[in-house]
Design a protein around this ligand. Structure first.
Ligand SMILES: Nc1ncnc2c1ncn2[C@@H]1O[C@H](COP(=O)(O)OP(=O)(O)O)[C@@H](O)[C@H]1O
Ligand SMILES: [Mg+2]
Length: 326
């Protein structure tokens, strides 16, 4: 995907986000408005816009540079004890919970739109449908579900649930957009997503949940290997630390781990929105080439990593922290 903007860190202590070309001005301008709205909703968390405008015809905005690390740098820091990483994840999730509660409190009527949104993403990922029917193993454990089973389950749940349709929400608590200041134990948010405007605020939790797998699929190099077997596909995580994160930080590892941060009645909504989040990302970040089973061991493609993440997060048993082979 073409990069829509640059992010520059100035020595003077500011961060400048600038559109790459005029065609991206509206995207950045919408982000400015979204940040302003959210700053009125939770001023203690949202990093405010200090200044915005046009420079050489390109939209930009300026933020104060926080003395913080994005959560991605903390979660994937293999030199930190997992218990320390987990504490920080829990701390930031408390703040995300507060923010989403305020987004939900806007008293918006509930609607019935997720069935059609899920179906749209299913059609948009048709290049990977053969992959979605494969029986899958991760580190020697076999899943009882395929990705297609998850889609069908989510579709059935969507028909029985009502969803909020909200404009004033962040929708993008991806690890890169959650900043944590360790010295002061402070959490801040940046970079809301305007493109999913109108969806349920619980989608913000889904973005958090999918963040680990999105990083493996799009940022890390060779993070996941795929080994074809006669009747299934076996995945292997390249680093032991990835397996350790999934088992020792359950808030990141699986749906049950994050449930203490939301009302039990929200579980089905969260399941549907998280399925939607993974499928949407497979459409956007996937290779778009008709999927064929690899003939020999190889590095997994983004659509394969994201499919594995959806299975493991929503229907996985805990990944064993030791590399095991039954
Ligand atoms: N105000 C800030 N203070 C500290 N770091 C920041 C700030 N704004 C952005 N960053 C860093 O820059 C990264 C990219 O910024 P972001 O606005 O999320 O852009 P993108 O849309 O490319 O994800 C963030 O993940 C974070 O590491
Ligand atoms: Mg970001």
């Amino acid at each position: 995907m073409a990069k829509s903007h640059t992010v520059d860190f100035l020595n003077s202590g500011f961060v400048v986000k600038t559109a790459m070309a005029e065609t991206f001005n509206n995207k950045l301008k919408a982000e400015v408005e979204q940040i302003r709205l959210l700053h009125t909703l939770y001023p203690e968390f949202m990093v405010p816009i200090l200044h915005e405008g046009l420079a050489g015809g390109r939209q930009f905005y300026i933020l104060e540079k926080k003395n913080s690390l994005p959560l991605s740098n903390i979660v994937f820091d293999e030199f930190r004890p997992l218990s320390e990483r987990r504490k920080i994840v829990q701390n930031t999730l408390e703040k995300i919970k507060k923010a989403i509660e305020r987004e939900i409190d806007q008293q918006i009527p509930t609607l019935d739109y997720m069935t059609s949104k899920l179906q749209e993403e299913w059609e948009g990922t048709s290049f990977a449908h053969a992959l979605f029917e494969q029986p899958i193993l991760l580190n020697g454990n076999r899943f009882n579900f395929t990705a297609k089973d998850i889609f069908e389950k989510a579709l059935a749940l969507a028909g029985n649930e009502k969803f909020l349709s909200v404009k004033k929400a962040h929708f993008n608590f991806h690890f890169g957009n959650v900043l944590y200041d360790e010295a002061q134990s402070l959490t801040n948010f940046i970079d809301p997503d305007f493109s999913v405007n109108g969806i349920d605020p619980v989608f913000g939790f889904s973005r958090f949940a999918f963040s680990f797998w999105h990083e493996l699929a799009t940022e890390a190099q060779d993070a996941v290997k795929i080994v074809p077997m006669p009747d299934s596909l076996m995945f292997v995580l390249a680093k032991q630390d990835y397996s350790n994160i999934l088992s020792e930080i359950p808030e990141v590892g699986n749906i049950d781990g994050i449930m203490p941060f939301m009302d039990k009645s929200m579980r089905n909504r969260f399941y549907v929105l998280t399925t939607y989040c993974f499928l949407r990302s497979i459409r956007i970040n996937g290779s778009k080439q008709k999927w064929k089973a690899p003939c020999c061991p190889t590095t997994a493609k983004p659509e394969e990593v994201l499919m594995l993440g959806m299975l493991n997060y929503l229907e996985g048993t805990n990944v064993k922290s030791k590399n095991c082979c039954a």
